[in-house]
Design a protein. Sequence first.
Length: 363
Amino acid sequence: MSFNTFGQALRLTTWGESHGSAIGCVVDGCPPGLPLEASEIQAELDRRRPGQSRHTTQRREPDEVRILSGVFPDATGRQVTTGTPIALVIENVDQRSKDYGDIASKFRPGHADYTYLQKYGIRDYRGGGRSSARETAMRVAGGAVARKIIDRVSVRAALVQIGPHRIDRSRWDWAEVARNPFFCPDPMAAAAWEGYLDGVRKAGSSAGAVIEVVADGVPPGWGAPLYGKLDQDLASAMMSINAVKAVEIGDGFAAAELSGEANADEMRIGNDGRPVFLSNHAGGIVGGISSGQQIVVRFAVKPTSSILQPRRTIDTGGRDTEIVTKGRHDPCVGIRAVPVGEAMMALVLADHKLRHRAQVGGP
Ligand SMILES: Cc1cc2nc3c(=O)[nH]c(=O)nc-3n(C[C@H](O)[C@H](O)[C@H](O)COP(=O)(O)O)c2cc1C
């Protein structure tokens, strides 16, 4: 059995551990003829890279990606995909396994140490091994390939809440996302979060967050009822990201509080003769199929479990003990989860575009 692959027409397989020699992925099912350079994948990876501000882990990883297979120069000399598996690799260069001496024999509450050992009877404790979010770098790399397949779709994400502090949605400005270390669309919230997160870090604590991922330009028709629903696959993809504890599509949990008439996304014929929706409570997906509206997904991540605050736990010898997790950790994993959420959305949309084309044809 293997559970390191997801997708159907477009499949991503990732491999590697946090402190192994390298991490990598294979993207299989990518159509041929799409221009693809390592620098384009690198640009996405650079947004997720650790150590870019004091608010993320200080692990220094250049995360330099190499394309090992699946590309070749076309007749004009441009490097394009060939339709064969695209293998990508990143060497791990900043491993400090000694930082993890304590967690070799103790279980971090909230982390995967205990469950991995229970399941497999052996675990690579260096940095959490396979359970480390280092793996998410390869999701971002795979997502960069997926973006090529859905080149008319824009996939963007933003941090909309840290701990109890939410953005003011009336100040939402996508341009702000690139201007602050939080991927926050509200400049005033971003300024306030600086002090809040400094306090959290200095206290040896951590904070959770909510990320919103939005896709524009998805045509009506992607997604397949009943067991290949677009919202079902998006929820699964987001939930597979480390530390994610909840996923919402459109209004999500808030929809339960609306009346039927308030929740109805009413329709009209627009000036150009095409259908127009007057609201988007559904988040762009109805009956598991995209409606042509903006697709909106939110996910919540829990606070980082590796913290300096002492916590009660047990050790591998069956004794009660305490743990203080040193080493380099994200005080809020939600920040670096923003490009990861975008990548997962791009991978699912690209998969569904290809699945839609396989069944009903089209561009
Ligand atoms: C981008 C990102 C960075 C993360 N960094 C850390 C970290 O530095 N320390 C930590 O304990 N957990 C970190 N996590 C979360 C753990 O990987 C995750 O909690 C762990 O694998 C257990 O899985 P679960 O929380 O999904 O149940 C990070 C998660 C993401 C998405």
